[in-house]
Design a protein around this ligand. Structure first.
Ligand SMILES: Cc1cc2nc3c(=O)[nH]c(=O)nc-3n(C[C@H](O)[C@H](O)[C@H](O)COP(=O)(O)OP(=O)(O)OC[C@H]3O[C@@H](n4cnc5c(N)ncnc54)[C@H](O)[C@@H]3O)c2cc1C
Length: 474
């Protein structure tokens, strides 16, 4: 049943690197901080705490060590860390509905920092809803967090650095990568390489991955996209279509396909809070409008880390720190001069890293830049089983933005709240060329953010307890 809790000064939503860094810094300023995260341990996507099985199977690397340090700092701080607790509703200023190991709870905070990270995006291809097709970022959770190979052999397709990161993780677990299909060309990858000198650690890591991938003789198809996926009895048959239409398509067989078209900020909470969002052409996604410290247009609401725009793990850590200093300034705990001097090193480093994140976002959006038309018979919205043809009919009948299409077709109305179909929907809306990305809009957020067991709301009951009205006399 619902329990209302004492009011913390600040609630931080998300215990990835940005949220944890922010929460620990805020507690050092003396704030009462509650950090809420749906994972059993802090660390988020990059510094995810591996399961005991994965700990045994995967050698500790730099990320594992950094993640362990983040968790140690958090444990030593005064932060109230709510593990395995999901925020499923947000109303007012700021009432959070939580579902955790002890059931439902409500938390009201004076200030809210949203640090709920990124989510992967997909451009639908024929066959993308068949079994044995998983997300590229999802595959990295299985590999890194669970120490588990998703299949005997795997095709990795799409855009962004996750392609090579996941290839490295598959090889590290002794798996086989049947092919890598990159929508970006060699030149774009080389450009990222030339920017990485600003971040020696990542340059070293990328060099190691590429050496490993070259030694394993993995075929890499640059400037190419997936145009068809067939589900076979014991695997998938993937058709690879070069961007250059003069070149012919080819096929590759594997037990599984992992594909994804980069990342976008998770905007569910910031949308529910009513913050202003805008289209960002550099990443081809919508994001909340914030200043460099994460302040939004709503008083006492901050968004930090990848939830405010995709920049990567190190930048997210720095953003979390700057947001904490900004809150200290906004509440009068430090002066503007103190803020300037405390935030300066992080802001300088962020400026240095900006060239890398701009190139990374360009790589992530390379799939969108060469997207193939989504065939009419392809399912766009998996939750509500809406085909591309239904969306095109709604547009022909006058729908002009994602929310109109959602109301008319139910595309984006299912339990995933448009996380998987919104990008495909936007692509179809823009096909005619007379709707700009900004005008396509962003789907409205609806409570509950995730499917909930009804029993958590209703509590325990037996049918005899339900007072049934007597039938009206005849
Ligand atoms: C699946 C995936 C894999 C990735 N792998 C890599 C990689 O290998 N290398 C790399 O450089 N970048 C990777 N990224 C990008 C990476 O997420 C960021 O650069 C970095 O982790 C951002 O840190 P953050 O703290 O902003 O967010 P995150 O690390 O994503 O942390 C956000 C946290 O919020 C939690 N959360 C979200 N919504 C809710 C909610 N409603 N209730 C409770 N908790 C919630 C999430 O579970 C997560 O723990 C990946 C992204 C994804 C989505």
């Amino acid at each position: 049943m619902t329990a209302s809790e004492p009011r913390p000064d600040i609630a931080v939503a998300g215990a990835g690197v940005s949220g944890t860094t922010c929460a620990v810094a805020l507690s050092r300023y003396g704030f009462a901080v509650t950090l809420i995260d749906d994972q059993p341990d802090a660390g988020g996507q990059v510094f995810r705490a591996p399961s005991p099985y994965a700990r045994e199977r995967i050698r500790a690397d730099q990320e594992r060590r950094k993640g362990d340090r983040i968790r140690e700092h958090l444990a030593a701080s005064g932060v109230d860390h709510r593990r395995a607790t999901r925020i499923w509703g947000l109303t007012g200023r700021f009432d959070l509905d939580l579902l955790g190991p002890d059931g439902m709870a409500q938390l009201r905070a004076e200030r809210l920092v949203i640090a709920n990270g990124a989510v992967e995006r997909f451009l639908p291809a024929p066959g993308w809803t068949t079994p044995r097709v998983i997300g590229l970022a999802g595959a990295s959770i299985l590999l890194r967090g669970g120490g588990t190979l998703p299949g005997r052999s795997i095709v990795l397709a799409g855009s962004g650095p996750l392609l090579f990161s996941v290839a490295h993780q598959v090889l590290a677990l002794g798996g086989k990568v049947a092919a890598i299909v990159s929508s970006a060309g060699v030149g774009e990858w080389i450009e990222l390489g030339t920017k990485l000198y600003r971040d020696a650690e990542r340059l070293l890591e990328a060099t190691r991955w590429m050496a490993q991938i070259t030694a394993a003789r993995i075929p890499i198809h640059y400037n190419a996209r997936i145009s068809d996926i067939q589900n076979l009895e014991d695997g998938v048959l993937v058709t690879i279509c070069p961007k250059d239409r003069r070149k012919s398509s080819s096929t590759v067989n594997a037990s599984i396909l992992a594909y994804g078209d980069g990342l976008k900020p998770t905007t569910l909470l910031s949308r529910a809070a009513g913050a202003r969002h805008e289209y960002d052409p550099s990443g081809d996604y919508f994001k909340p409008v914030t200043d460099t410290a994460g302040r939004t247009d709503i008083t006492n609401l901050y968004v930090t880390g990848d939830a405010a725009g995709i920049e990567g793990a190190e930048a997210s850590r720095l953003r979390g720190l700057v947001t904490a200093h900004a809150i200290a300034l906004d509440t009068g705990r430090i002066t503007k001069a103190e803020f300037d001097s405390l935030a300066a090193p992080a802001l300088r480093r962020l400026q240095k890293l900006a060239a890398i994140s701009v190139t990374m976002r360009r790589l992530m959006r390379s799939g969108h830049d060469c997207a193939l038309a989504i065939p009419d018979t392809t399912i766009l919205c998996r939750c509500e089983q809406v085909m591309a043809s239904a969306v095109r009919q709604a547009i022909a009948a006058g729908a002009r933005d994602v929310n109109q299409v959602k109301a008319w077709t139910r595309c984006g109305m299912g339990p995933c709240q448009g996380r998987s179909c919104e990008d495909g929907l936007r692509q179809i809306l823009m096909e005619s060329g007379d709707i700009s990305p900004q005008d396509t809009g962003i789907l409205t957020a609806r409570t509950p953010f995730f499917p909930l067991p009804l029993s958590t709301i209703s509590g325990e009951f037996v049918y005899d307890d339900i007072p049934l009205p007597k039938a009206a006399p005849l």
